[in-house]
Every structure is written in C-alpha cells, then in structure tokens.
Design a protein around this ligand. Structure first.
Ligand SMILES: [Zn+2]
Length: 573
C-alpha cells in the first residue's frame, strides 16, 4: 500500500525531468465577461459558512471546491474530507476549532480526489488521527496521477478556471472555486486504515459510523451513515447539479450504473439529513428520498437511452442529438447542468461500452487535419474566403461554427494572429452563454491561451520532504514515457544508476525509441551515474538544477557530454 502511495506522490511531484521550468504568466487584470444568469444565481449555493446540520454535525461550505464535515463525539471529533490544499483548509480548521477544542480522532477521505484530501495535515492540527479510506483510494490516486498527470492537470486548470483572472470564474458548479494549483501546498496525510469490504462499522469518540463502499463519481467512493442521528454523508454521489458522469479534465469511464446502485443504497436508509461533500445540506426524510430518487433516475435515463440508441446503430453524435431528460427531471433545480452535462455523459457512456469508434466507416481512417483544412479552404474559394467566413460567423453570433472554421485556419497557419483573435472572441462568447461552469471556464481559459495572454505552468512542488518520499522506481518508470522517439531513433545506450545511500541500482536501456527500465545494475553499461537518491529525486522534481548537479553532485563514468546527451533524450517538449 505504501508503495502505491509513494508512486502517486512521486507522480504528483515529478515535473518535467530536465526541462526548463515555465514561468507563470497569469494575468492579474480583471476579465470582463458576461455570465449566464442561472450560473450567477447558483453562486448563492456557496455562501461561505459553517452550517450546523443537527446536534454534533457541522459542514463548512464555500471555503474551497469541496466541503469539510465535522462530526462531534464525546471525547473527540471526526473530520470527513479535508479540502484541497493547506491554504484552503486553514480557515476551515480555524472555524471548526471555534466550535470545539476536542481532539481529531479520525479523518475520513470519501474518495481520492484532491479536493477532499490535500488539506488533511492542516485539519489534523496537532492531533494524530486515524486516517481512513476505502482500499481502492490509493490505487485510484496512483492511476490519475501517473502517466496522464501532465495533461489532466492542464485540463483541470481549464475546467476549474483556476488560472483565470478575477471576473472569469463565476463559480465551479460544485464549489466557489478550486483553491489548488502549483502555488498551493499539498498537506496530505497517508491513510492509516483502509477497508476493502462492502462496509465497515466504526465507533469513534462514541460516534457510530457506517462506511459503505459506493462506486459512482469514483470507483473508491464511500458514503457514511450515522444511524443514531439519521445523517447521511453521500460524498460526491450527490450534489446540487447534474452529476459529472464525465469530467472534461479527462477521466476514465465512471461506472454510471454503479452510481445508480449506490444512490439506491442511500435511498433505502431514509436519512433525515443529507450532507454532501459539495453544495449545501438538505433535511427532511421525504425531500431527501425524492431528491435521491430523481437523481438516480436522471442518471439511469441517460445511461439507458444511450444504450438503446447505441443498439440501434447510432453514433455518439446522433445520440447526443436525441437524448433529452424528461421534463419532470429536466426542470429540477438540482439537475441543472452547472457541473456535468447530459451531452458529455452520453458520449462517456458510449465510449465506456464501445470505445472510441462510433461505428461510422468515415471515422476509421479520417483525413489528416491539414488535408481536411486544405480541401475545406479550396471548396470555399481559398484561405482568404475561409477567413472571411470565420469573420462572418463571429459577427453573426455563430460561435461554434466560427470555432470549427478557425480550427481549419489554424491548421493552414493562415493569418494566425487574425485567426487567433477571432477564435478568442468566439470562445469568450461561448463561455458567456454557458450554464455549465466547466464549459465556461474551459472556453475562457482557452480564449486567453490562444492569444498568448495566459500560459498554464506545470504543477511544481517545492516541498523537499515530500519529494524525498518518492520512490526511485517511480522516477525511472516515468522516464520511459518521456523518451523522445526521434532523438532516440538510432540510440542504443545502456545507463546504470547507483544510489549508494539506499543501496539501489537501476538500468535504463534506451533502444531505438524505447527505454527499458529495470531495478538492477546492468552488465555492460555505457554510462554509469552514482548519486545520492535524494539529489536525484530533487533533480527529477525540478527543484535542483540538473546542469549544476551533473558537474557537482553526480559521479559519472562514460563522459559528461554523453550523459547530458542521454538525459536530453527524456526531455519533454
Ligand atoms: Zn469532490
């Protein structure tokens, strides 16, 4: 278990081996963008306060993307979910400390998403609580944070609008905004106790808690039931928005019917209080039952109708054009698309069952993008005419069409400055119409990126104590997915790494586009590097200058230049 967590930590910290760091060029100027009235009104959901739900149960809403929940027992408290960073957690901790000075006996993570776990050390304060989660939580952390981390981080920054200047983010659909980016502090506590069974009963500080594995928004999701108080904590399987059956930051398929089953288990409890990990709590057994019923019906509807049309041979786009929630669900306030959307959910369900190929033969081997763009331009009378069409589309408020036309123009590299300006105008206009915060944030961020006003830097963590916890295995495994296939096309070089402080050794054999990694020293290395493991980790994490380290801290056999040339093969671009 520790191994997996280490691998995860490594992946979070590992930035870009041997690449120059990018500077943060986040604009601090106000952005003036209109917003959909419904999305604006939804911000009331996130009024910052600690709400007393019932005796001994409080929830902090509006402090960060997620809520943190305080459960008070006889001689201690339990904290469920811990905010997304040390910075987001600090004011919540201060507010909870005003309610009670009883020690934190346990912290429970409802699932692995960063907005629920990265403030744990702050929430624990001076206490040494048990840290409890479902057994798969660590595996899930690992999966999201490893090889796809760079792209999912960048896309998450767009989805949450984290880098947008003031005025950009109205809210993030399930919280005011995500207080987590490369400038924030990860304060994760390692779990001390996990459970793999369907349920686990706990008695902490006189509180009876039932933890139930409830796959849905994530496969490791749990809900927590307090039978004596009839309080149900549904985690992220319910919040006041259409559920995020698919996240545009990029996510593996979410088990949609598993989500429905989990909601059914919750309905059966007849809870009197529902305290989700995002958005405000609800009370009243009938109201809660009805809400959960409608919520599960909306999910099942989208799932079943997608499958029904899929079985009739329709492609994802054709299905998207047909699936609409029935009126009695579509009008409900808690099924508005502030966070997830029906359209993206349809695509996700299709992809979850059948994969990327929609069934249309044209999609088997589509024309290369540039080819298509050239033919498009030729068809309308040339590049100038195509640009004119894009301009007309923007002027006429036909913004999606404008985006599609500028896709072609960018491929052709025709008048790129003009095209980018047009594109930014279309993106901003689309953003202003969205009720989905995620789409708004994505469009607005892309608008600033396309004109060069915003650059999303890679997440860079400077906490050396955290970096030193990384495993060498992780660092070397990740080198493989950074190998430049062109630079290494004719390379056949074996490098041996020795770490005298830990007694470990590694082989990195670059062989024409593939880096074979093994945790042992090679027989006949072309290059040998001997270095302290922590120094190597700091280089990999980007907190130590690799060029300096090569001359100062590394012992080399085989030539300095060859080593530099070798390491450059792994430079990401
Ligand atoms: Zn969440």
């Amino acid at each position: 278990m520790r191994q997996i967590l280490h691998w995860f930590l490594y992946a979070v910290v590992f930035v870009m081996i041997f690449t120059a760091g990018c500077s943060d060029s986040r604009s601090s100027e106000q952005i003036s963008a209109e917003a959909a009235p419904d999305l604006k009104a939804h911000s009331a959901e996130f009024k910052k306060e600690v709400i007393k739900v019932t005796d001994g149960v409080w929830v902090a809403v509006g402090f960060g993307l997620a809520n943190s929940i305080l459960l008070e027992g006889n001689d201690g408290v339990v904290i469920v979910d811990t905010m997304e960073s040390a910075e987001a957690a600090a004011p919540v901790k201060a507010a909870f400390d005003k309610i009670t000075s009883k020690p934190v006996k346990a912290i429970i993570y409802t699932h692995y998403h960063t907005d629920h776990i990265f403030g744990a050390r702050v929430m624990a304060g001076e206490d040494r609580p048990e840290v409890i989660c479902q057994a798969r939580t660590l595996y899930c952390l690992n999966r999201i944070a490893t090889i796809t981390r760079e792209t999912t981080y960048r896309r998450a920054m767009r989805q949450f609008g984290t880098m947008l200047p003031p005025g950009g983010v109205i809210n993030d659909g399930i919280g005011p905004r995500l207080e987590y980016d490369q400038s924030k502090t990860i304060a994760l506590l390692l779990p001390t106790r996990t459970f793999a069974a369907e349920r686990m009963e706990l008695d902490v500080a006189g509180l009876k808690l039932v933890l139930v594995h409830a796959p849905g928004e994530t496969p490791d999701q749990i809900f927590i039931w307090l039978p004596r108080k009839k309080v149900l904590l549904p985690a992220d399987n319910y919040y006041n928005s259409f559920p995020n059956l698919y996240a545009i930051r990029g996510t593996a398929y979410r088990d949609v019917m598993g989500w429905v089953n989990s909601l059914d288990k919750m309905r059966a409890l007849k809870a009197e209080y529902l305290v989700p990990s995002h958005t405000r709590p609800l009370d009243g057994a009938e109201r809660i039952y009805e809400t959960l019923t409608n919520y599960r019906d909306a999910i099942q509807f989208v799932h079943d109708q997608t499958i029904r049309l899929m079985n009739r041979g329709l492609t994802p786009q054709q299905i998207v054009e047909r699936v609409r929630l029935p009126a009695h669900l579509a009008g409900l306030p808690y099924l508005q698309e502030y966070y997830g959307t029906v359209e993206w959910s349809v695509r996700a369900v299709f992809d979850g069952y059948l994969g990327w190929f929609g069934g249309n033969a044209s999609d088997l081997f589509p024309l290369p993008l540039r080819q298509r763009a050239m033919r498009f331009a030729r068809m309308v009378g040339g590049e100038t005419a195509l640009l004119e069409k894009a301009r007309q589309a923007v002027a006429g408020g036909d913004y999606q069409w404008a985006l599609e036309l500028t896709d072609h123009l960018l491929q052709l590299d025709y008048e790129p400055d003009k095209v980018r300006t047009l594109r930014a105008t279309a993106l901003k206009a689309l953003a202003e119409m969205q009720i989905a915060s995620t789409a708004r944030n994505y469009y607005l961020t892309r608008a600033l990126e396309v004109t060069g006003e915003l650059h999303i830097p890679m997440m860079n963590i400077k906490d050396k104590a955290l970096i030193h916890q990384l495993t060498l295995e992780g660092i070397f495994r990740s080198m493989a997915v950074r190998l430049d296939p062109e630079k290494s096309a004719h390379v056949d070089t074996v490098a041996g790494f020795r770490f005298p402080d830990t007694g470990q050794a590694f082989t990195v054999h670059v062989r024409r586009g593939v880096a074979e990694i093994h945790p042992w020293f090679p027989d006949k290395p072309d290059l040998v590097v001997t270095v302290d493991s922590n120094i190597w980790k700091e280089i990999a994490a980007g907190v130590r200058n690799p060029a300096l380290a090569i001359f100062k801290d590394l012992k080399k056999e085989g030539g300095t230049l060859s080593l530099i040339r070798f390491l450059r093969l792994f430079k990401s671009t």
